[in-house]
Ligand binder design. Structure first.
Ligand code: PAF
Length: 290
């Protein structure tokens, strides 16, 4: 790509399919990075990884109404297609797919994808319809593009687990690749929604990262009681008066089930509201490698 030249933005699924089929016809591979736009360095790291591993990288940018409940931020979700396109170009994408809502949903879908059980725990308790909206739109994107690989950030760990399970259960011919969370220098996980934080709230937002570190330290210090580790994480969240915690949880990394005794690969997850922002974060802890 010559300097200053920006990649194409495709609006129609039929045009996208022509582009991805042409790559495959030459024996090339297609990588997909699904996003809702308002990209940050974390998204760019997914794009760069895909660009290194595939002949064509498509970044989809679509604020999916199906994954927002009544009263959530669908209408105000930050959007900036020009800036996103530039960031995708810089990171090595080949094209952007930015369908209008009527292209993704020409009629109200009565066929949806629900990854039962995994969609109801953790975030699912606070956002009961969210993950069915996510799995449905991701299944549609997979059908439209036919990517060989699709890249998701570990920041949305439950989403990643759900997409993996959906792909396995439905035998979708796509490799779901999980990529590490990108953090600001003070530990705050990068998120498009961080833009909602005020100048006073921004330093407070590190409380999620601090809570996760305290949980990890408790496991590293020998605690094998999930309740004890959750209490340590919850105490850090509770000590921050501006934050309203939703949960602090320790689960098995694959099943997202809470074990009776901590062993093997775990995921520590937290969620809290801070002003207009609802923030989530997580880290992995392997009890066998501490
Ligand atoms: O993580 C996101 O940005 C969205 O949930 C996704 C995967 C693009 C589906 O709309």
């Amino acid at each position: 790509m010559s300097a200053g030249r920006e990649i194409p933005v495709i609006l129609r699924a039929s045009e996208l399919r022509v582009a991805t089929d042409a790559v495959r016809a030459q024996g090339g591979s297609v990588g997909l990075v699904p996003t809702m736009g308002y990209l940050h360095e974390g998204h760019q790291s997914l794009v760069t990884r895909s660009a290194n591993e595939n002949d064509l990288t498509v970044v989809s940018i679509f604020v999916n109404p199906l994954q927002f409940a009544e009263g959530e931020d669908y209408g105000t979700y930050p959007r900036d297609l020009d800036r996103d396109r530039q960031m995708c170009t810089e990171a090595g994408a080949g094209l952007v797919f930015a369908p209008p809502t009527e292209e993704m949903y020409p009629q109200t879908p009565i066929t949806t994808v629900a990854v039962q059980g995994l969609n109801a725990v953790l975030e699912g308790r606070f956002r009961p319809t969210h993950f069915d909206g996510v799995s449905t739109v991701v299944a549609k994107l997979f059908a439209m593009l036919g990517p060989g690989r699709a890249y998701f950030g570990e920041k949305d760990y439950q989403q990643l687990a759900i997409i993996r399970r959906m792909a396995a259960d439905l035998s979708l011919p796509v490799e779901v690749v999980g990529c590490p969370t990108f953090r600001e220098a003070d530990g705050l996980a990068m998120s498009s929604r961080n833009v909602y934080l005020t100048a006073e709230e921004r330093p407070v937002a590190t409380v999620l990262w601090r809570s996760l570190q305290a949980g990890r330290d408790a496991v590293a210090g020998g605690s094998r009681d999930p309740g004890e580790v959750e209490a340590v994480m919850a105490a850090v969240l509770a000590a921050e008066p501006k934050a309203s915690p939703d949960y602090a949880a320790v689960v098995h990394a694959d099943t997202l089930e809470r074990p009776d005794v901590l062993a093997g690969e775990l995921r520590l997850l937290v969620a809290a509201r801070l002003g207009r922002a609802r923030l989530i974060d997580n880290i992995g802890v392997d009890c066998d490698r501490l």
